[in-house]
Design a binder for this molecule. Structure first.
Ligand SMILES: Nc1ncnc2c1ncn2[C@@H]1O[C@H](COP(=O)(O)OP(=O)(O)OP(=O)(O)O)[C@@H](O)[C@H]1O
Ligand SMILES: [Mg+2]
Length: 307
């Protein structure tokens, strides 16, 4: 009991919610924020994603792990509207999300972090943040139409952006181009930017990749604080120390399917999980194809709504 007095409330809540959940693929959760069924994505002859059933517990940090090419990024792309499945449906906060465009998904409270695009690196840090709130370039259309309304919003948006920049210790970089930031600072900016829409759930695809060790603890702390703020986090990560350190629950994908679920300790000792990793080759290069595809789709989407 005494040991638990230092455990933050968000952690206790997440542990309590997950304590009776069976350690098996597709396990039902007490209070799922996201439920997906029979989600299939094929690329030619390759089935990249084939998730029969998945539930993500509200308020918890869930890690989605699996070897290179397991389909993790593709699954993220599908859930957030950056890619379309061949089959399947899912609900977020009880409402269906299949076929919903990325910016609408974000407004419904589910955001993912993204590698910054070239266009964004040529914008200042504060403008990146403001854009995070409006979601789309198309907002400029409304700005022209209802200037008074927009101005009121802009003040609020800028205030929120500045608060987040302070929280993420990026306030000194406010006017700098995003492109001038270090890899770790970009990851922080991406996370801060995602919070502009005040999401219920944040999805992070490899938040630690390319981050200087000096920033690692700070990033971990920020992810944990999302849980303390009542948000749900789903993140993809290859760094098992990080997975062990921050996740309440771990879901393992292998060849497009969910092959194991459980607490970090049980999952990492599971022979199926060890086999999946040993059976896969880690070349570390092929892992961006799904992300690149989603980014291209996002740009097309942004371009469209600008018209
Ligand atoms: N746009 C695409 N066109 C064709 N194949 C794709 C596309 N996107 C992903 N794939 C393939 O789908 C499979 C799953 O890829 P995905 O990037 O989702 O894996 P991942 O689990 O995120 O891997 P990593 O851990 O390396 O990031 C891989 O075989 C990949 O080559
Ligand atoms: Mg990936």
């Amino acid at each position: 009991m005494a040991a638990d007095t230092n455990v933050p409330p968000g952690v206790l809540k997440a542990r309590e919610a997950l304590k009776d959940v069976p350690h098996e693929p597709g396990a039902k959760k007490k209070d799922p924020i996201l439920v997906a069924d029979k989600v299939v994505r094929r690329f030619g002859g390759l089935t990249a994603v084939q998730v029969d059933h998945i539930e993500i517990q509200r308020g918890a940090i869930t890690a989605l792990i699996g070897p290179n090419g397991a389909g993790k990024t593709t699954f993220f792309n599908l859930l957030t509207g950056f890619d379309k499945p061949n089959e399947g449906n899912w609900t977020f906060n009880g409402s269906p999300l299949g076929g919903v465009a990325p910016h609408q998904v974000a407004r419904k409270g589910m955001v993912r972090t993204f590698q910054l695009t070239k266009a964004l690196s040529r914008l200042s840090v504060i403008d990146n943040m403001r854009l995070g709130a409006t979601g789309q370039k198309g907002e400029s259309f409304w700005r022209g139409l209802v200037p008074a309304l927009w101005q009121g919003q802009e003040k609020e948006i800028t205030e929120r952006a500045d608060e987040l920049l302070v929280r993420f210790k990026l306030d000194a970089k406010r006017e700098d181009f995003a492109g001038s930031l270090s890899g770790g600072q970009r990851k922080l900016l991406e996370m801060a930017r995602a919070l502009m829409v005040q999401p219920d759930m944040v999805m992070l695809d490899e938040p630690m990749a390319g981050v200087n060790p000096a920033l690692t603890q700070s990033l971990l702390g920020h992810v944990k604080s999302l849980r303390e703020d009542g948000m749900t986090v789903l993140f993809v990560e290859h760094d098992m120390d990080m997975v062990r350190d921050i996740s309440d629950w771990v879901i393992v994908m292998g060849q497009g399917q969910v092959i194991a679920e459980g607490t970090p300790d049980t999952v990492m000792a599971d022979p199926r999980v060890i086999d999946a990793y040993l059976g896969a080759h880690h070349d570390g290069t092929a892992h961006d194809s799904a992300e690149v595809a989603a980014e291209v789709a996002a740009e097309a989407e942004g371009g469209k709504s600008d018209e």
